[in-house]
Design a protein around this ligand. Structure first.
Ligand SMILES: Nc1ncnc2c1ncn2[C@@H]1O[C@H](COP(=O)(O)OP(=O)(O)OP(=O)(O)O)[C@@H](O)[C@H]1O
Ligand SMILES: [Mg+2]
Length: 291
């Protein structure tokens, strides 16, 4: 019943959520892209696989929407993100970003992984600066962007540190800054906080939400944590496995930041968890029956 109520409620637009003008936007010379991502009949089957990893996925992420994908291990979450990143090609269907077909990686999409993937021989600020250098951004603008990024991730005084001198949470924040500094239209995040402890995760949820509100990016985020999904998402997509299809969507129109002691949040967590459990049980039964 709560889901129906939530689904009927008007979606919260990003424009309404942004409280203050962003210094960040002013530092970029290129105009911001809307970041409307459209997946149409998207399908991908890997060689020698019995089932498609992704089959007939239809999904539109509106500009500035925070969409979280959940589902059992192996249901195709990373494949979906890798397709949008352009790292792998689909067999069928289309991916459109602001009406432009996606066929390869591009600066309009940035990915943050579970393992931060930072260069250990560079400092935090050199890591953040790296992509800017590669794309030919002039030194003065690079400096301003890196400083703004370090402030945004609440590490204004840690830019000079090497990666091994940072905590796990700090490293993930640097990885997020490195992605955001390129001003992508869409941020793709594949279990970015999975290796962090519960307290650090909670802190990073707040910070990611803050970054999202400040930058207005469209975010497509994968997690195994239902709590994380309910905390962050405008919409949760539960995937069906073998083949990877959309099983159910939960639109969440609760305001941010969400009160985790509220009955609505508790009910949502239970519903999403139940949906995933049902999918796991269905997939297990199918395997036992040899389908
Ligand atoms: N490069 C690849 N080659 C062959 N099969 C692959 C490849 N990548 C993924 N697969 C298969 O595609 C399916 C979906 O994998 P994917 O990594 O997308 O799942 P996932 O939902 O991200 O799982 P997890 O939650 O464990 O990360 C799985 O059956 C997997 O074995
Ligand atoms: Mg994965």
């Amino acid at each position: 019943m709560i889901v129906q109520q939530l689904e009927r409620a008007a979606p919260v637009t990003t424009a309404k959520r942004i409280a203050k003008p962003v210094e960040w936007g002013a530092l970029h010379t290129a105009p911001p892209k809307p970041g409307r991502l459209v997946l149409r009949n998207l399908s991908k089957r890997f060689a020698d696989s019995k089932h498609a990893a992704i089959e007939d996925i239809d999904l539109t992420c509106e500009s500035g929407e925070f969409v979280v994908v959940v589902g059992p291990s192996g249901c195709g979450k990373s494949t979906l993100l890798n397709l949008v990143a352009g790292m792998i090609r689909c067999d069928r269907g289309d991916i459109l970003l602001d009406d432009k077909p996606i066929t390869e990686p591009g600066p309009d999409r940035a990915m943050v992984f579970q393992e931060h993937g930072l260069f250990p021989w560079l400092t935090a600020e050199q890591n953040i600066e790296f992509g800017l250098k590669m794309t030919g951004v002039p030194a003065r603008q690079r400096r301003q962007l890196v400083d703004a990024a370090l402030r945004m991730i609440h590490l204004p005084h840690s830019g000079h540190k090497l990666i091994h001198q940072l905590s796990g949470g700090m490293r993930q924040r640097v990885a997020i800054a490195r992605a955001l500094v390129l001003n992508p239209a869409v941020l793709l995040m594949d279990e970015p906080f999975a290796s962090l402890d519960a307290q650090t995760r909670t802190l990073l949820h707040e910070q990611v939400q803050e970054l999202w509100l400040q930058t207005g990016k469209t975010i497509l985020f994968v997690t195994h944590s239902v709590g994380e999904a309910v905390r962050l998402a405008d919409r949760i997509i539960v995937l069906h496995s073998n083949p990877g299809r959309i099983r159910r969507e939960f639109k969440i129109a609760l305001p941010h930041p969400r009160d985790f002691d509220s009955p609505e949040v508790g009910d949502l967590i239970r519903m999403v968890r139940k949906e995933i459990e049902d999918e796991v049980n269905r997939a297990n039964a199918e395997q036992i029956n040899g389908q």
